[in-house]
Ligand binder design. Structure first.
Ligand SMILES: [Zn+2]
Length: 459
């Protein structure tokens, strides 16, 4: 029997937000989706979905990028034509949070970029399109584009002709008609397969390459830079490096007009270069000196770390650990011991039946106890380990009640377990209880890797 079993990606659309698009280099509406994987058996989902993260599609250029869904106050049902209204509704602090990105875009427009900043933007363009190209060529088995239409047409035509042929009375005509159906099925099927297999190449030429060239054009990369950056991607075995020849990219670039830098009066040309690193600059964690945008970013980052830990704690099925794990082990050992002793001591059928009943009772009771404990263990780890650490990490920020409700609401809207498992009122009370004695603030937890408790199981 063929068992079709595997995992499948699911996209759950959340709505629209305002976000900075690195390809358009401005704030645009993004359509946000939560990406999950589910196990399936014959195409039917089994078990709970595992959250992979969030992506957004830029409504202006179609580029798909990874997003941090917890950045947003909410999701709008439609993109609308007014970006400013969308900003107010979904991401009011975007200008502070994406300040550096907006500043770099503005410098590029006015021709005041420093070489290091230009190199950063150039590398970023190659990185984004290397990801997009990888995704484009890896879902080659997806049924889309011309191949899909050809396949659908073949099926409709075959069904129609087959139905007509079955209504014919003359058997010679019927044979001819069936031969025609067969021929159409073979050739139509072959054509669909070829079109499906070549679809990624077409979508690369039609969508990805033009967007890539448009993003690179204002940076005016030289022929040598293009050859060098593509060679690096090739060396890293990325498909963009393998599929795209430098000459082809150069031709696509030359076909586009070069935007002239906009001269802007009153704009200082001798500004300090922006810190070119993706890591946030080291700022003392003091809510009084942190700029509003920076403070929000740090708070969200802290919540994000704990959201990932909570996700790992509750996700991925049951881990055999803690009391439930000991319960499992104890039940198995007890069953073996009682069974072994019974087999040696019992004489006669009645006593053997009795021993069997005892073993079965132990197995059922122990199994139920272990399962219940395994479920409870997730909650215990959440409340005993994750929550106290979150409270300690949040204490220096002196969060207001409204902020706690707002941020946890965001995580709930984005489908994170932290948003559903942690009650805002509980967090308020825990923070209030801790805020009385103020010692030296603990180090921010932001740099900490998202730890999971998957390793401390018994088996
Ligand atoms: Zn865009």
């Amino acid at each position: 029997m063929l068992i079709l079993w595997g995992t499948r990606q699911q996209q759950h659309k959340l709505g629209f937000v305002a976000e900075f698009c690195p390809v358009c280099r401005k704030i645009t509406p993004f359509h946000v989706s939560a990406i999950r994987t589910v196990s399936h058996l014959y195409g039917v989902a089994v078990g709970s979905a595992q959250a992979l993260g969030h992506t957004g599609n830029c409504e202006a250029c179609g580029t798909r990028i990874a997003l941090n869904a917890a950045d947003y106050r909410g999701f709008s049902r439609e993109a609308g034509s007014d970006v400013e209204a969308l900003i107010q509704q979904t991401f009011p602090e975007i200008r502070a949070r994406r300040g550096q990105r907006l500043e770099l875009a503005e410098c590029l427009r006015t021709g005041t970029l420093y070489p290091a900043e230009r190199a950063l933007l150039l590398a970023e363009a190659f990185e984004i399109f290397a990801h997009l190209t990888e995704a484009n060529f890896s879902d080659a088995t997806q049924i889309r584009g011309r191949g899909a239409w050809c396949g659908l047409g073949t099926i409709v035509l075959c069904v129609g002709l087959g139905w007509a042929a079955s209504n014919l009375t003359d058997s010679t005509h019927q044979d001819y008609a069936m031969l025609a159906v067969f021929t159409i099925a073979v050739f139509g099927g072959l054509a669909s397969l070829i079109l499906l297999a070549t679809e990624p190449r077409r979508s690369f030429a039609r969508k990805i390459l033009p967007n890539f060239a448009a993003m690179l054009r204002p940076l005016r990369p030289s022929r040598e830079e293009i050859a060098d950056l593509l060679a690096r991607l090739k060396q890293a075995r990325l498909k963009l490096g393998k599929r795209l020849k430098p000459e082809r990219l150069w031709k696509a670039l030359e076909a586009l007009p070069v935007p002239e830098p906009v001269e802007e009066t009153g704009r200082p040309r001798d500004r300090d270069p922006l810190p070119v690193s993706s890591a946030p600059p080291p700022i003392p964690l003091d809510s009084a000196t942190l700029a509003a945008g920076e403070r929000t970013a740090r708070i969200i980052e802290t919540f994000q770390t704990f959201a990932e830990r909570t996700q790992a704690n509750y996700g991925g099925g049951l881990h055999v650990r803690g009391r439930g794990g000991w319960g499992c082990l104890g039940t198995i050992l007890l069953c073996i011991a009682v069974g072994w002793a019974g087999a040696h001591l019992a004489s006669g059928h009645d006593q053997e039946d009795h021993v069997f009943q005892i073993v079965a009772t132990i197995a059922v009771a122990g199994g139920i106890y272990s399962l219940v404990q395994l479920f409870l263990e997730q909650g215990r780890i959440f409340h005993r380990k994750i929550c106290p650490e979150l409270v300690a990490a949040l204490r220096p920020f002196e969060l207001s009640r409204e902020e706690i409700h707002d941020i946890l609401g965001r995580f709930r809207a984005a489908g994170f377990k932290l948003g559903t498992k942690l009650q805002p009122e509980w967090l308020c009370a825990a923070l209030d209880a801790q805020s009385a004695p103020v010692g030296p603030p603990p180090m921010p937890q932001s740099g900490m890797p998202a730890a999971s408790y998957q390793d401390d199981g018994l088996f």
